[in-house]
Design a binder for this molecule. Structure first.
Ligand SMILES: Nc1c(NC[C@H](O)[C@H](O)[C@H](O)CO)[nH]c(=O)[nH]c1=O
Ligand SMILES: CC(=O)[C@@H](O)COP(=O)(O)O
Length: 165
């Protein structure tokens, strides 16, 4: 399996640009707060350790992962100076198909918002079968998806800046 015994947050082999020029929003779902809180800490600290200014990081909570799309849209509509929006959530399979609908809606929704505003919108949403898989990816043996999301945001902000000319 792709992630077996792999730390998904190991970026030692890749070059990470400085985050100092960029403004970031972080939208965090409150569902599974112990997990999303760990994702947020990972994302925030990764931005800071790569040079982002604390004053350039704007953080917001939303009720659940489904609302991340609305948050990303509102953030980019009302704050054109943002260079990237990081969306963090944790969707854990329950008894019904609700999981499938949320995951599909968020993945497609965030992608559509990114294209709508030509701005990076980062999918930092865990979609797991159980709680342990989420714990393993929020600072556990498979790293922290929040770290990955932050690094992705920095790289995409740099790319957008480069392509803008
Ligand atoms: N079950 C999970 C949810 N459910 C709530 C939805 O995200 C949404 O807030 C609700 O359907 C109202 O629109 N959200 C998660 O983030 N994680 C879950 O496991
Ligand atoms: C992903 C969800 O909405 C899920 O946690 C809710 O649980 P259930 O499918 O048992 O209603």
């Amino acid at each position: 399996m792709a992630t077996q015994l792999k730390n998904l947050s190991d970026f030692s082999a890749t070059e990470i640009p400085s985050a100092s020029p960029y403004k970031f929003a972080i939208a965090v779902a409150e569902w599974n707060a112990e997990i999303t809180g760990a994702l947020y800490e990972g994302a925030y600290q990764s931005l800071i350790s790569n040079g982002a200014l604390a004053d350039n990081i704007y953080s917001y909570n939303v009720p659940g992962s489904f609302e991340l799309t609305s948050a990303a849209d509102l953030l980019l509509k009302n704050n054109p100076e943002l260079d990237a929006v990081i969306c963090l959530g944790c969707v854990i399979q329950g008894e019904t198909k609700h999981f499938d609908f949320i995951c599909d809606a968020v993945a497609n929704g965030l992608s559509n918002v990114a294209v709508k505003y030509s701005k990076p919108v980062i999918f930092g949403v865990l979609t797991t079968n159980n709680q342990q898989q989420a714990v393993d990816r929020a600072g556990g043996k498979h790293g922290n998806k929040g770290d990955e999301a932050a690094i992705t945001a920095i790289k995409m902000a740099k790319l957008a800046e480069t392509l803008k000319g």
